[in-house]
Design a protein around this ligand. Structure first.
Ligand code: NAD
Length: 553
């Protein structure tokens, strides 16, 4: 039985043991599609997150996808182009059930303006990273990633502890809304600015924000008290970051850590420029996008100049993957890239070993399934501190949204081991239903994104998109259930390409085969990608784990 969804009553959370499709593989994928809408920001418009990241092109496409998933046999493959189903073809039972290509535009044309035009004509839609591939698990994924970044900064700069530290950030949207919880879990006092009072209200309602301050003076006083008491807290403030950041700098206050997660990647549908009311911005999106683009860029220039000023005074400042530096540089801030990207600054040694954001969802909708897998994970990897620490914290602080799910940063071999153990738990009936495994697209072999994932690679291979394309082909060859190639849309057009994968642990021998091949080969490619770029950690991993890398003489 689906569970009622108070946040979006028309989009119940899937679950139960009724199989509406011809098998659990198809049913599990259908539940993922239902799930991304149930946890999405604006499901009535099929938007999951990041202003334009959609689960399907339009409602007609959505209905046709649902129909295909419900009626397709095991030996067919559903072909989806930018959220629109194109065909249902006879393949074979070991082939993927669904393959997708979302928002891939030929190089010279891959620009925001072209994307908007194609979108207006209904020819394309952007899948974000996990929205279009139905892999989004709500805020948990980004909570874990943000928490991991904060803890790496704690280890690098603050003696392993963020108690008594002030984090300044902005953006309380679909992804950015995770920041206050991640900051509080890391022990800091975090101030989160958002221009939209509705977003702040929502984050307070679900307990991610402790308080929403009525004005900047009050917000800073609350932070100051928490810092002096070394008390973790999360405070929201409604305002424009392009005004608030410079004002905090002007007052001579320097936070310990500064970042930003407004939708700066999208100057039309995302970022809200200074001096414009929200309603005005919504209207201008239709009537004068060029004015909005110019105004957003001008505001981002002020926003980033303040971030650079904080950095000059000694704050730890980083770009959290929203292209804010890129927009500022185009607006004339020559040194915008003095701010480092989080991947290169904190996470690259993990990615070089293909340790990354792996996750799983309980198709049954039963939270007990995830708890049992948590226990299994702790039993299997007791010495993996990143994992054990996270599971303990997530159990305490992170409520389930939509289908119960868990993320954990696991690497080569570990992912396969866990998935096979879970497949056995499904087979034995220990779990109430099948479990779907996927990962973020921000993963070692899966993403080329020269301003985020692959910035300043050792060998300069930042912009080469062969890797995600190879990854997707390898995953099709490895019997994954769903495989996708995404490129950037909106402001990300021309900035990235990534591959996504989902495999269903349905408790069968075939399921075990699919999991073993897909998950092992996915991380093998990830380690090899970093070895190819010259990372020592990758060569070590290849030697230790016997990965089939070909090293040229
Ligand atoms: P979203 O559109 O759901 O939310 C963006 C928020 O920013 C909104 O609440 C909006 O009101 C607010 N905002 C816009 N302009 C503002 C301004 N000038 N001042 C204050 N607030 C402003 O987007 P999201 O899903 O939360 O994602 C945010 C950004 O982070 C996107 O660019 C997304 O692509 C990026 N992102 C990166 C990673 C990563 O690589 N680490 C992960 C997730 C999201």
């Amino acid at each position: 039985m689906p569970t009622p969804n108070p946040r979006h009553p028309n989009f119940p959370i899937p679950g139960g043991n009724e199989v509406r499709a011809r098998g659990w593989r198809q049913e599990a994928l259908l539940r993922l599609l239902e799930n991304v809408l149930s946890v999405g920001e604006d499901p009535e418009n099929l938007v999951v997150y990041a202003a334009l990241g959609k689960a399907a092109r339009n409602w007609a496409s959505h209905e046709a996808i649902v129909h295909a998933l419900k009626t397709m046999d095991d030996d067919h493959t559903l072909v989806i182009q930018s959220g629109k189903p194109i065909g249902l073809l006879k393949t074979h039972a070991k082939a993927p059930l669904v393959i997708m290509a979302n928002c891939n535009i030929v190089g010279q044309w891959a620009k925001a303006e072209v994307f908007y035009e194609l979108e207006r004509k209904g020819l394309i839609c952007w899948g974000g990273l996990t929205a279009g591939a139905w892999q989004y698990i709500g805020s948990q994924g980004v909570i874990q990633g943000t928490y991991e970044i904060f803890m790496r900064i704690a280890a690098n700069r603050f003696g392993g502890d963020l108690a008594g530290r002030f984090i300044l950030t902005a953006g309380l949207g679909g992804m950015g809304g995770a920041q206050p919880l991640a900051g509080r879990m890391a022990g800091a006092a975090i101030l989160c600015v958002d221009i939209d009072p509705e977003r702040a209200r929502k984050r307070k309602e679900i307990g991610y924000l402790e308080e929403v301050a009525p004005d900047l003076d009050t917000a800073l006083a609350m932070i100051e008290t928490a810092v002096s008491e070394k008390r973790a807290t999360s405070i929201g403030l409604v305002g424009n970051a392009a005004e608030i950041y410079p004002e905090i700098a002007r007052r001579g206050i320097t936070p310990d850590i500064v970042t930003d997660q407004t939708s700066a990647h999208d100057l039309v549908y995302g970022y809200v420029p200074l001096g414009y009311a929200l309603d005005e911005v919504r209207a201008l999106r239709q009537t004068n996008p060029a004015e909005l683009m110019a105004a957003s860029r001008a505001s981002i220039v002020e926003h980033v100049k303040a971030m650079l000023e904080f950095q000059r005074r000694g704050a730890e400042v980083f770009d959290n993957g929203n292209l804010i530096r890129t927009q500022a540089k185009e607006g004339g801030v020559e040194n915008a890239f003095d701010i480092r990207i989080f991947t290169e600054a904190y996470l690259r040694p993990l990615f070089a070993r293909a340790v990354g954001p792996f996750r799983w969802m309980a198709s049954s909708g039963d939270p007990e399934d995830i708890r049992k897998i948590d226990d299994k994970l702790l039993e299997m990897f007791p010495d993996n501190q990143i994992v054990t620490n996270w599971i303990r914290l997530a159990r305490e602080h992170v409520p389930f949204e939509g289908l119960p799910a868990r993320i954990a940063w696991l690497g080569h071999g570990e992912r396969t081991e866990l998935a096979l153990a879970v497949n056995e738990m499904v087979r034995s009936g220990e779990l109430a239903g099948p479990v779907t495994f996927s990962r973020d697209h921000l993963d070692a072999g899966a993403m080329a994104h020269p301003n985020i994932m692959t910035e300043r690679m050792k060998d300069g291979s930042d912009a080469i998109a062969d890797w995600p394309i190879l990854d997707a082909m390898l995953l099709c060859s490895s019997m994954a259930d769903l495989v996708v190639v995404h490129s950037g849309g909106g402001g990300y057009a021309g900035y990235m390409t990534s591959a996504g994968v989902t495999v269903v642990a349905d408790g069968t021998d075939e399921g075990a085969e699919r999991l073993a091949h897909s998950l092992t080969n996915d991380t093998s490619l990830g380690v090899m990608r970093y070895a190819d770029a010259g990372y020592a950690e990758s060569f070590d991993e290849i030697a230790r784990k016997g990965i089939g890398h070909i090293a040229l003489a």
